[in-house]
Design a protein around this ligand. Structure first.
Ligand code: FAD
Length: 406
């Protein structure tokens, strides 16, 4: 018996189940997820979905029938609470067990939440699931003023949507610029300027001291310096934590994510981890990384599907890429900029479209493109293929990047 059990029915779990059948893998596949819904896409949740009138059905990958046509068993709305490695089984919340020949952990991440006075008031919400998005959408219908805590991708996407709906919104950020962990200063400043023009207010170097409310509902956010921002809806976007506790409890190595090798296997060769929950060696970074993106979830799923279907595979080396849409701003990132020590711009931010080429020790490691999809597509080839490109060539608009990347 080599039943495949997948824990987590998000992007990675779904992609794995479908890719296994595509790769010709027969036999039992069981996809277990704690959300009650059919597997769905998360990126629209902080973008078009908040504006309405999209329905949860519009986000689904497959219908119930498509799962049954492919003989993929789904266990929905049920948590896996333990992995019994000795007997090769997972334990579900109701105590029942599902045996596995191979197990794939695709448990994703959970939101970090605030933990301070008043943070349990109604009207303070995070965004991870379609149910969270429904709650935010409902909150936005009534909200007079919104505070977004955290100037990362999701916080800014939501702030742009709120501003476009004509309501006051303030982003509170502890560092000095938006998306500071992910992009260079020029891209941060450009987004800040465009979003400010839409009506988004920013408070940088600002910590939240407490949330204030009455009758159990949030009414304001007090900053560490004592300023009080009116808010009847507070969105918390302060990052995520990997769901690696199941693996840790089963004696598998974790370190801010389930540790896997370049073939995405844990130290137990029957058990893999993929997607947001996995920390893996990368050709594109100097240390193992955990990547939170659809591309990574899908590419890792395909690699493990190929392995489990008995196909030859290369070590995981897909070039990481990511996108974020904030109002009309279309940001696309190829590669990982960790440790970048030099940045050059191609095009000018004041023209509304430019790319930032990021170098580490003279090597091109990432490209952040704003409104320049052609640069992004070339960047994937350049970074993925390790094709040398000097900073001077990158900055020269007359230099034919596309031809160079061929
Ligand atoms: P998830 O999709 O999070 O799925 C994990 C699933 O496992 C969840 O359903 C979870 O509830 C379940 N689970 C966890 N533990 C258990 C357990 N013990 N038992 C059963 N089930 C369990 N990425 C981009 O590339 N571009 C974007 O624009 C973008 N926008 C985003 C917007 C939002 C609002 C969010 C939340 C994410 C966005 N992302 C984006 C990130 C992208 O959605 C994730 O990288 C991707 O979903 C990761 O897939 P995953 O399967 O690893 O995790």
């Amino acid at each position: 018996m080599d039943d495949i059990v997948i824990v987590g029915s998000g992007h990675a779990g779904f992609q794995l189940a479908s890719a296994l059948r595509q790769q010709g893998r027969d036999g039992r596949i069981v996809l277990i997820g704690d959300e009650p819904h059919l597997p769905y896409q998360r990126p629209p949740l902080s973008k078009d979905y908040l504006k309405g009138p999209m329905l949860p059905e519009d986000l689904r990958f497959w219908s119930e029938k498509q799962f049954s046509d492919k003989s993929i068993e789904r266990v929905a709305g049920t948590r896996v609470t333990a992995i019994d490695r000795r007997d090769g089984a997972v334990v579900l919340a109701d105590g029942s067990r599902v045996g596995f020949g191979h197990l794939v952990l695709a448990t994703g991440t959970r939101n970090r939440m605030l933990s301070l006075s008043g943070s349990d008031l109604d009207g303070i919400l995070g965004l991870r699931t379609v149910d969270d998005a429904a709650a935010i959408r409902a909150g936005l219908e009534e909200a007079q003023s919104v505070v977004v805590i955290g100037g990362g991708f999701i916080g800014l996407e939501i702030a742009a949507t709120v501003a476009l709906s004509g309501r006051p919104v303030t982003v509170v950020e502890t560092t000095g610029r938006v998306m500071g962990r992910a992009v260079c200063e020029a891209v941060s400043r450009h987004h800040e300027g465009v979003l400010a023009a839409l009506g988004v207010a920013f408070r940088f170097h600002a910590g939240v001291a407490r949330c204030l409310g009455d009758e159990g509902r949030v009414r304001a956010v007090e900053l560490a310096g004592g300023d009080v921002l009116a808010a009847d809806l507070v969105i918390v976007g302060i990052g995520v934590l990997p769901n690696d506790d199941l693996a840790a409890a089963a004696g598998l190595a974790v370190d801010d994510g389930v540790l896997v090798d370049a073939g995405l296997a844990t130290a137990d060769p029957r058990i893999f981890a993929i997607g947001d929950c996995a920390r893996h060696p990368s050709l594109h970074a100097t240390a193992p990384v955990r990547i939170e993106s659809v591309q990574n979830a899908a590419d890792q799923a395909r690699l493990v599907a190929a392995r489990l279907a008995g196909k030859p595979t290369e070590p995981y080396g897909a070039v990481p890429w990511f996108w974020s849409h904030q109002g009309d701003l279309k940001l696309q990132i190829a590669g990982l900029a960790h440790g970048a020590d030099e940045t050059v711009l191609r095009g000018a931010p004041e023209d509304g479209a430019f790319s930032a080429f990021r170098y580490r020790a003279g090597r091109l490691v990432a490209v952040e493109s704003v409104g320049r999809p052609a640069d992004h597509m070339v960047a994937r080839r350049l970074v993925g293929g390790g094709i040398a490109l000097s900073p001077a060539e990158a900055a020269d608009e007359g230099f034919d990047l596309k031809a160079h990347a061929m």
